[in-house]
Ligand binder design. Structure first.
Ligand code: PLP
Length: 384
């Protein structure tokens, strides 16, 4: 019996009646994944990245669950996301990874949110606000060591070294950078970025703490761990590195209801474009979820679904609201109308489905739709 069958909490609202698909999130598995990441870090604390609605799983339930598991620092991508976390967790440390939008300084300050400042301009804006309110307010300093995305570039860092006063008057929590290739542990870019980060750390004119590791780097040697880690995908069950078995539990199960079944003769086409034709007499089950629910259209003719532990192929194109599966080889009782098939979960893992659809689990999870009946269960793994 898997964790989803041992649920201790089943919430469904009246609006879920008649829903054709449902998403179950196991908060116990979230806690267990967070604890597993924490263990790999030894004494270094694990923060949690909860951007994009906690990678699609629902920040309102995920953030308090992580707090209960011992997490005290949360990272979002945007200020509105951070304000949402603040409302849930009055005492948490919260930082916005994508930096400061000029003019929003008072909002950051009002909600006690630390921007990760990624350019000299952002530093100047924050400094100016600190001056106006007469208080050193918390911020992170973000340096770019290889993403060319956000963070101070080499020239800007040199400007900081030349004029250390640029950093005065701010309560610096962490100096951070982000790895570009941590999903490939052997990629030399990891070590190069680590060395660049260490060099920055050694010359940093101001006393602060340091942060480099995402989920994958939590599993690297401790030289990557510094003072706080920023795992995201591992908490949500994704495998941070493809070359090893996944150390994390899958906390979600997405299911589609069988709407109808039918038996079609050989050479009968299925779905739009008639891309799939039966090679034999085939029993087709139509499931109530589609690309409007975030289920990838690129899984047309390639994805798989599961009834219990019986796996069967998706046939024809994924449509807006439905998926067809070839259930010929399964007992009819298992696939009767009203039964649920697993589209993503412990059997059809987000990593496998993403690979089949030509993407990564991050995109699959953050695409999860709003039309499912969502329920949260707690299999009761121990808290920290
Ligand atoms: C998204 C993000 C993370 C989390 O990365 P995972 O691979 O999901 O663990 C950490 N740091 C930064 C800067 C990010 O943008």
């Amino acid at each position: 019996m898997d964790s989803f069958s041992r649920s201790t909490e089943q919430v469904s609202s009246p609006s879920d009646l008649g829903a054709l698909s449902r998403l179950t999130v196991d908060l116990g598995a979230i806690r267990a994944n967070y604890q597993r990441l924490s263990e790999s870090l030894g004494d270094v604390p694990a923060g949690a990245v909860v951007k994009a609605n906690a990678y699609g799983l629902g920040v309102e339930r995920i953030a308090p669950t992580l707090w209960d598991a011992g997490c005290r620092f949360f990272f979002t991508a945007t200020l509105p996301e951070a304000i949402q976390v603040r409302a849930l967790l009055p005492k948490a440390g919260i930082s916005v990874l994508n930096g400061l939008v000029s003019g929003c300084e008072p909002l950051f300050a009002e909600h006690g949110i630390a921007p990760a400042l990624g350019s000299l301009e952002q530093i100047a804006d924050w400094k100016a606000h600190c001056g106006r309110v007469g208080k050193s307010l918390p911020a992170l300093l973000h340096v770019d060591t290889g993403m060319s995305r956000t963070g101070l570039d080499a020239g800007e860092w040199q400007a900081v070294l030349d004029t250390p006063q640029l950093l005065d008057g701010v309560d610096w929590l962490y100096l951070m950078s982000h790895l570009s290739c941590s999903d490939e542990p052997e990629n030399p870019e990891n070590r190069r970025q680590l060395e660049a980060f260490q060099a920055i750390r050694q010359t940093c004119p101001t006393q602060m703490k340091y942060s480099l590791a995402n989920s994958a780097a939590c599993l690297f040697d401790s030289s990557y761990h510094f003072d706080i880690a920023r795992p995201g995908i591992g908490i949500y069950g994704g495998n941070p590195r493809a070359d090893r078995p996944n150390p994390h539990a899958c906390p979600i199960r997405l299911e589609g209801r069988v709407l109808q079944t039918r038996t079609i003769a050989a050479d009968t086409p299925v779905s739009y474009g008639a891309t799939w034709r039966a090679k034999r007499e085939t029993r087709v089950a139509t499931l109530g979820a589609g690309y409007a629910d975030g289920y990838l259209r690129s899984l047309s003719d390639r994805g798989r679904v599961a009834f219990g532990d019986r796996v069967c192929p998706i046939i024809g194109r994924v449509t807006m609201d439905t998926i067809m599966a070839d259930v010929t080889d399964l007992p009819p009782d298992l696939t009767r109308p009203g039964a649920f098939a697993e589209l993503l979960g412990p059997t059809i893992t987000p990593d496998d489905a993403a690979a089949a659809g030509g993407t990564i689990s991050y995109e699959l999870l953050t695409s999860l739709g709003a039309r499912y009946a969502r329920r949260y269960i707690d299999t009761g793994s121990p808290t920290a």
